[in-house]
Each structure stands twice: as structure tokens, then as C-alpha cells.
Ligand binder design. Sequence first.
Ligand code: HEM
Length: 455
Amino acid sequence: MIDLFKRIFNPSRVSIELDDIQALILRSRPVPYFGTNVLLQINDRQTGREMIKKLLPLIASAENWHEATDASATIAFTYEGLKALGLPEDSLRSFPQSFREGMAARARHLNDVNENAPDKWQKPFGTGKIHAAVNIIADSEDKWKAKLEEARRELKKLEGINVLVEADFAATEEVKNVFGFRDGISNPDIEGSGVDEVPGYGKPIKAGEFILGYPGEAGTVGYYPQPDVLGKNGSYLVFRKYHSKVPEFNKFLKDNASTREEQDLLAAKMFGRWPSGAPLTLAPDKDNEELGSDPRRNNHFSYKDDQDGKQVPLSSHMRRMNPRDTRQSVISDVNLHRIIRKSVSYGDAPERDVIKDDGKERGQYFIAISAKAMETMEFLQSQWVNDGNFINHGDEKDPVAGLNQGKGVFTVPGAEMRKRYHAIHTFNVMQGGEYCFMPGIKALKWISELNENES
Ligand code: HEM
């Protein structure tokens, strides 16, 4: 089995409470993976608390994050969910404004407008009915089904909990998304988690950027939900369902590049990596499977010697999302805008010659985690995805994640002259999403034991 995301664990470097943090933040997804996202509505606070009690034994902590696990579950709540659970008023008020408003209400800040606007989202997204999200993931079909069955059994016992959506996802050993590109390679490491530095991943980032209750890059502990037991070791999770228009993407490649090799290069310029995961910086001309699957090399690069983007366009998805050492015309500290991505794909990956919409459901459940995930996503979406000012590209948008609506432009600097591609579509269309809070293990217990009289 290819181990794409291997990290070396050094117990002497542990300084955060791993046993109180949900595993998803730190543990790599199993390879291959099979899973289900379950979205729930809590109709009665007491039953909601009961549900947490029943699900708690299925929720893994990050204690052994470095060890592969066969199956695990994660739970997170929307603000409406925390209200439905009857959290004390003081606690509810201690959550940030953006989280309390919810993703749909923040659409303007996320540039979720026009084609991506909440009124076009799939229900129940944006209706306020989604209260909790449970993510179940396993490394084999059998273990996934067993874990899912276990969760279903527990949920069935509870009247007052509605299962609104059960959506499956999966990836093979190559961990490719529906465009055929390996995904989930570059994620920041967290200081104090026990991780040993891996070349190219840079210095681990201060825990407070990702987990509540610890100092962040500025050296101070950010404000977190109260009481302490509720907020500490928790984090925020941004969930966005995308429909991927792969046939339209294939057609764009075909219309703009004549040979298969040229199409592959154009696609790699748009993503910043080749399908194998090999970074364009280290493999400028063609894909390199060995490089793409080597975790010690596939993220070990810098843009220092490519400031004009002749190898990796400044506008490519990956370079926008993490400019690394690119000189930016709008200065900002790249490490303050990092997210931990745990996105998963659903549906099949059509061959490159499929260029007509086949009506199939396929795409990505985009999952981003950070101690200020709402703020970071709103920054990324408005500045780095849907604007080009920070790279001196006017209003040019991200060719993969941008709201391009058939009018998008993609600039590719070349050895002699630059090329501009036109008529880029929104290749990934928003279907809906939610801002969630992912409490620590002790917090889950605390919520589950809240007394009727206290709330
Ligand atoms: C919606 C469809 C999307 C697809 C198909 C997609 C695909 C990819 C791929 C293939 C990579 C390179 C592999 C890797 O390093 O993991 C990547 C990297 C990345 N993407 Fe996306 N992405 C999508 C949306 C987004 C969005 C909405 C954001 C954030 C607003 C985002 C943030 C990132 C980040 C931070 C990286 C890593 C960059 C780095 O550290 O070098 N992606 N994405």
C-alpha cells in the first residue's frame, strides 16, 4: 500500500492534550477510504444529549493519530445544533458572530453569490435544519459498513433525532479526486502534536491556529467558547459540498490544447500538481508517479526561483491557496491563512474523453479545519479564490475553485510570452454547506451531561 501521508511521531514533542482532541484534526484519512457523512436534526434537547452519550464511544481521540486506524467517527455541531442541545445562553453568546450567523447568512463574505448563492443550494443546506454532522470513515468497505451500522443502531433508538442526509464517499489507494488528481497532500503540521518535521512541510504551526485554547502564531491564546471545558481542545470545521463539472473541465482542456500531452500540462498548470500529486515545480514537463507518491518529496518545494510563475502560474489553484514564498503584492503572513483539509470525494472520475454533461452526481465534500476556520475561509474565498489583486492579476479567479461562470480567465506565463485562457466555467459549483464546531472529547461529555435545569 502506498503511504502518501506518512508522518513520524516523536512522543517527546507532545505538548497538547491529544486525548481530548477529536482524531480528524490530526489523523490522516485511511488509504483507501470508505465513509459516510450523516447530517442530523435534533428535535429534542434531552434526546440530543442522549445521542452524544451513545455516539461518544465511536468518536476517536487524536491520542494515536500517527497510527493507522481501521474505522473512526467525528462529530460536529452547527450553531443551530448547539441551541437545539440547550447550551446555556452565556455559552451560546461566547461563539463568534460568523459561526452564530451560519454559512448561508455569510454568503456575501464567502462570495457565494450568483451560481453559488444559497437560494440554489440543495436542501437542507442553509435552512437551519442541520444540527449535527457525523463523519464515519474506514479503510475497508466491511469496516465502514460495520461502523455505520453501529451508528445507525444507536441513532435508531432515539426518537427526536432526524437523519436528514446520509451521503457516502470513497477513494481508492491512489486517493484521487473526481478530476483524477491526487488530493489532500499538503496539510500544515501542528506544533506540540508530536510530529517530526517532514521536508517541505515547513515548521509545524503553533497549535492555537488549529485547536482552541493554545497560543497561536502571535504568541497569545485566542478567545474561545466558554466555559473552558466546552471550548478547550475544540476547533471549527467548515463543510462545503461541491458538484464537480468534470466533463465541462475536460471540454475546456480539449478546446484549448490539441494533444493529450498539452491537455495534461494545461490541467497541471491549473491545479499546480500533476494527477500523481507530483508538484509542477519539481516536475515541470511531465508527470512523475514516483515523485507524486513519495511523501518525503511531494511537498518539498518552494516558489522562490519561480517568482514570475513560468513553471507554476501564480493563478494556479495550489499556489493561490498557499503562495508559500511567492512575493505578494498585498503582503500577508501565509501561515495565518492555513487550513487543515480533510476533504473527501464522491462519485466516479470520468475519463478525459467524456466532454458532455452526463448528469451524474460527483464532486467533493470539502472539509477545512482551523481555530478560526470561518474567518480563514471567508478570507480565502474572497481574496485568494475569487480575486487576483494579491498576485497583480486584476479580478482573475482561481481556475479550479473560483466562481468563473463561463467568463473566467486563466493566465499562464511562458518562457517567451504569456498565454491567456478564456471562458473558464465554475468547474466546482457549491451545493451547500455549514459552519460547525467540533468539540473536544471532554466537551462532548459535558454537553451530554447538561442538566435540564441548568439550561
Ligand atoms: C472545490 C473543489 C476543489 C478541488 C477539486 C481541489 C483540489 C485540490 C488539489 C488537487 C490540490 C493539490 C493537492 C494537495 O496539495 O492536496 C489542492 C490543494 C489545496 N486546496 Fe483545493 N480543491 C478544491 C477547493 C478548494 C477550496 C474551496 C479551498 C479553500 C478555500 C482549497 C484549498 C486548498 C489548499 C489550502 C491546498 C493546499 C495548497 C498547498 O499547501 O500547497 N481547495 N486542492
